[in-house]
Design a protein around this ligand. Structure first.
Ligand code: 9MR
Length: 453
């Protein structure tokens, strides 16, 4: 594991050296890829990835050019990671994580506890045996990927469709109504640095199902059950059209004190109509300060679970569709909204206020916010351009002795110098981008200083 991590770090450092040159050469115009444009707004743009497609050059070419967040489409699910009880199988998911590490992409983990895609041994279990198996599963998987996951879908699709507003019946639900909070507490204990999300579909507008999820999040927040984010899958088609209150729904969840994320976006259709819907979703996310990013559920239409709907941003040959251009233009045309906030807000973790900022060498300031828990922390560093655009930046930030970095994102590090990667060197005047890292130890007071060109 240590060796793998070292290899990844070397690959990342190499990529970053090249990236800095690219960054310096770029023009002062808006960024030209989804990931880079989203990064300029302090957001990510991700996609679902299938491990077996990574050897397809068209597929990985688009992936690495456009996307800076990856969700394994199936490889981290229960049936994939624990096909036999107590025997864990991580090779396909590890392949995706290695790819992400080598290309400076972050990971969303999907999904720890779900009624679907369970291995047959779990499908046949009930009661205490199933509850214990779920806890053991979450502990093992979240521990295996500790420090490598930006956000976990801890529980997926636990609410019923239709007007009832209740839980979905499932073997997990029948172990007791508290199975969801047990799943979240277990995930927090295993990987305190990951944001923990509840994820569902048909919750994209205000309706009976999203109201039920809303009530659960409110209850969890009031009782200190660790939850950091809510995922809105956003599988849009004629049967599930884009709700007119999409943004308002995201905002009401954000107002509960959780991040919101678009987690599995696909929109059936073609041409202008599809392009307009993509633009609406992107604008809605960027208008909600706690909407931290958007993930589309596949790259080319042919990669989609609903390929007949042609619901994605690239056609079967990997060409950009009108929907791609609309999504990119919507990101670049959106005003910068206030910060996505700091990571976890678990009761044991405290978010320290941002440092006042540092005038730095030329044209940028850096501020840091820290989420410390017993034995570790996540730091989020914001780089804000001054009155002219940046094409490259670096931040000097020393860690106290005893603190060791386990994982970082959106950045290349050499000792105490943290530099932009290819997609986030360009920052428009007055705008910002963010990078982060997770470390063992105690952060203390971190004082970043920024220099840009
Ligand atoms: O896209 C996934 C597809 O390859 C699988 O066959 C399917 C099996 O359930 O799961 C699909 O992904 C689902 C995701 O994990 C949860 N939300 C709905 C997605 C589409 O079905």
């Amino acid at each position: 594991m240590n060796r793998a991590r070292t290899r990844g770090a070397i690959a990342l450092a190499g990529a970053a050296a090249i990236a800095t040159i690219v960054g310096l050469a770029s023009s002062a115009d808006a960024a030209t890829t989804l990931g880079a444009s989203a990064a300029e707004k302090g957001r990510y743009f991700g996609t679902a990835v299938a491990a077996y497609k990574l050897s397809d050059a068209t597929y990985s070419g688009i992936l690495d050019r456009e996307f800076n967040m990856i969700t394994p489409e199936n490889e981290m699910k229960w049936d994939a990671t624990e096909p036999t009880q107590g025997q864990f199988s991580y090779s396909s998911a590890d392949q995706i994580v290695s790819h992400a590490t080598a290309h400076g992409q972050r990971m969303r983990g999907h999904a720890l506890a779900w009624h679907s895609q369970q291995p047959s041994w779990a499908q046949n279990m009930s009661g205490t045996a199933l509850r214990n198996a779920m806890v053991n599963h979450i502990t093992n998987v979240a521990t295996h990927y500790k420090g490598k996951i930006y956000a976990w879908d801890v529980v997926n699709e636990a609410f019923a469709d239709g007007g009832g507003g209740g839980r979905r019946d499932s073997n997990l639900q029948r172990t007791g109504n508290d199975w969801i909070e047990v799943a979240f507490r277990t995930a927090r204990a295993a990987d305190p640095g990951a944001k923990l999300c509840y994820n569902d579909y048909n919750t994209d507008g205000v309706n009976a199902k999203s109201n039920a999820v809303y009530a659960m999040v409110q209850d969890f927040k009031s009782r200190g059950v660790p939850i950091d984010c809510v995922g809105f899958q956003s599988h849009i088609n004629s049967g599930s059209p884009l709700p007119s209150d999409y943004q308002a729904n995201l905002q009401r969840f954000a107002n509960l004190g959780v991040d919101v994320q678009i987690t599995e976006l696909d929109i059936a259709g073609s041409g202008t109509a599809q392009a307009n819907s993509y633009a609406s979703v992107v604008k809605a996310c960027l208008a909600v300060s706690r909407c931290t990013g958007i993930t589309v559920w596949g790259i080319r239409d042919s990669d989609s679970w609903r390929s007949g709907d042609t619901p994605l941003l690239f056609d079967n040959n990997g060409n950009k569709k009108p929907a791609y251009t609309a999504a990119l233009d919507a990101i670049n045309g959106s005003p910068s909204s206030p910060p996505p906030t700091t990571p976890n807000t678990s009761p044991s973790a405290s978010a320290s206020p941002s440092n006042p900022g540092n005038p730095g060498g030329s044209g940028c300031t850096a501020t840091v916010s820290v989420n410390q828990w017993q034995g570790g922390f996540v730091a989020t560093v914001r780089v804000t351009a001054g009155s002219s655009a940046l094409n490259a930046w670096s931040v000097t930030l020393a860690l106290p002795s005893g603190a060791t970095v386990t994982n970082s994102w959106n950045v290349a590090r050499s000792g105490n110098t943290w530099s932009n990667v290819s997609y986030n060197g360009h920052v428009n005047a007055g705008q910002y981008t963010e990078f982060g890292f997770q470390a063992n130890g105690t952060a203390g007071t971190l004082t970043p200083s920024c220099s840009g060109s």
